[in-house]
Design a binder for this molecule. Structure first.
Ligand SMILES: *Cc1c(COP(=O)(O)O)cnc(C)c1O
Length: 246
């Protein structure tokens, strides 16, 4: 899907695609909205979906991909548009193995009452009960790990940790602004996507920045996690200052 400069969905394009779908006889849709995309950590809104579906008269469901952002955004922002507080949201995925740093394989799917039946498949009917939770070879230890991490921090504790990441990300953005280096960053999120021409390749390499495409980078991404400490950030910013002056 083409997006606008602020990473929001392009309304004209969406309308055109819906017209196409309508002509093809499609009546029901599932919209997949993001609470934090992988490269930019941008966040979608339901207002646009409401507008375009009313105009085109579609029935729809909304699924939220909160794989990356789900363990930070609700703690750093008061926006509840993509949560179950919004009656339009039917299901959400959220990963324990991203921000929460649980072991791999702790992806979580949650949906409203009555909808889980739609995910029951017959493919694994050799497992007794075609159950959705801990059967077959799914690891109960993973579920316990997520529970332990959440209980150890508590809501306030996690909120504090996430705010700390936002403060560090703000600090980096202030320097980027000073140096007039262009970037995208959602104000409640901990990813900064910097336009590639603003960063010398040797700096990207030294600090292991993540490219959107390592063959031909257009963006370099910084993810401010707990281990990205102030000392490392200041060293990076100093190098950046020097590279701009030279
Ligand atoms: C990591 C990620 C996924 C993939 O999820 P896995 O559970 O790791 O397979 C999907 N969407 C977003 C936005 C992600 O960051």
């Amino acid at each position: 899907m083409p997006v606008n400069d602020d990473r929001s969905w392009n309304e004209n394009d969406l309308n055109a695609k819906l017209q196409e779908a309508k002509s093809a006889g499609i009546k029901y849709l599932i919209f997949h909205l993001s609470m934090g995309t992988t490269m930019f950590e941008s966040v979608d809104h339901t207002s646009l979906i409401k507008r375009v579906t009313e105009k085109n008269n579609f029935d729809f469901f909304i699924h939220v991909d909160a794989a990356f952002g789900g363990f930070i955004y609700p703690f750093t922002s008061s926006d509840r548009d993509l949560t179950f507080e919004n009656p339009l949201i039917t299901s959400i995925t959220i990963d324990g193995h991203k921000m929460l740093q649980a072991p791999y394989g702790t992806g979580i799917f949650i949906c409203r009452k009555g909808f889980i039946e739609n995910t029951r498949t017959v493919e694994a009917s050799y497992v007794q009960g075609t159950d959705f939770t801990l059967c077959g070879s799914r690891s109960g230890a993973n579920a316990i790990a997520v529970w332990m991490i959440l209980m150890t921090h508590g809501y306030e504790g996690w909120k504090y940790q996430m705010q700390k990441l936002i403060d560090r990300t703000d600090h980096i953005c202030e320097t980027l602004d000073e140096l007039k280096i262009s970037y995208y960053r959602h104000p409640n999120m901990n990813i900064i996507a910097i336009k590639a021409h603003g960063i010398k390749p040797e700096i990207a390499k030294k600090y292991h920045l993540v490219a959107d495409d390592f063959q031909n980078p257009k963006w370099w991404k910084i993810v401010t996690m707990m281990h990205v400490e102030k000392r490392l950030i200041d060293e990076f910013l100093l190098d950046l200052h020097q590279s701009v002056l030279n």
